[in-house]
Design a protein around this ligand. Structure first.
Ligand SMILES: [Zn+2]
Length: 164
């Protein structure tokens, strides 16, 4: 957990370098973030930077381990305070949450949970197709002919060639 207390930010921007890991089911991500938290106005901040991610997951094709290296660009508006939930039937206004607000993150009024923000952003940027390597041939290929060639078979094959 990395919590940034807004009141402790003295200048209009704060340089941030932070490394951490998180797990998501059987997946695991190691994240190295470098960027800046910029003060926009009293109501909000803007986080900008780059997250280098090593994402360990399961290959969609062969079920083996897939290690994805990602570089996620982070640029997100941070709004202090949670979105106000309105009673049903309340007239919608321009601040109502919609899909178009997807690039906003709502923090606590006085602090930001940096790891939670980055975790959400990284999960969004992990590709849907997760394969261990470009040319992974999937399950059937796992029992490749290569693995089946025992020394004896090789010898027999050599013999057969010589006898020709
Ligand atoms: Zn694979």
């Amino acid at each position: 957990m990395k919590i940034i207390i807004y009141n402790e930010i003295e200048d209009s921007s704060l340089a941030i370098e932070h490394s951490f890991s998180f797990e998501d089911g059987s997946d695991r991500a190691d994240i190295q973030f470098e960027g800046n938290l910029l003060k926009v106005d009293n109501a909000g901040f803007y986080l900008q930077g780059v997250a280098d991610v090593i994402y360990n997951t399961i290959c969609d094709r062969c079920g083996g381990t897939a290690v994805l290296k990602l570089r996620a660009d982070i640029s997100i508006n941070i709004e202090r305070g949670l979105p106000i939930t309105k009673p049903v039937g309340f007239a919608a206004d321009e601040h109502e949450m919609s899909d178009e607000d997807g690039d906003s993150f709502y923090s606590e009024p006085d602090s930001l949970d940096l790891e939670e923000l980055l975790r959400q952003e990284v999960i969004l940027q992990v590709p849907a197709k997760r394969i261990c390597k470009e040319d992974c041939q999937g399950l059937e290929y796992k029992d490749s002919p290569e693995a089946e060639i025992t020394p004896i078979n090789s010898l027999a094959a050599l013999k057969a060639l010589k006898e020709k």
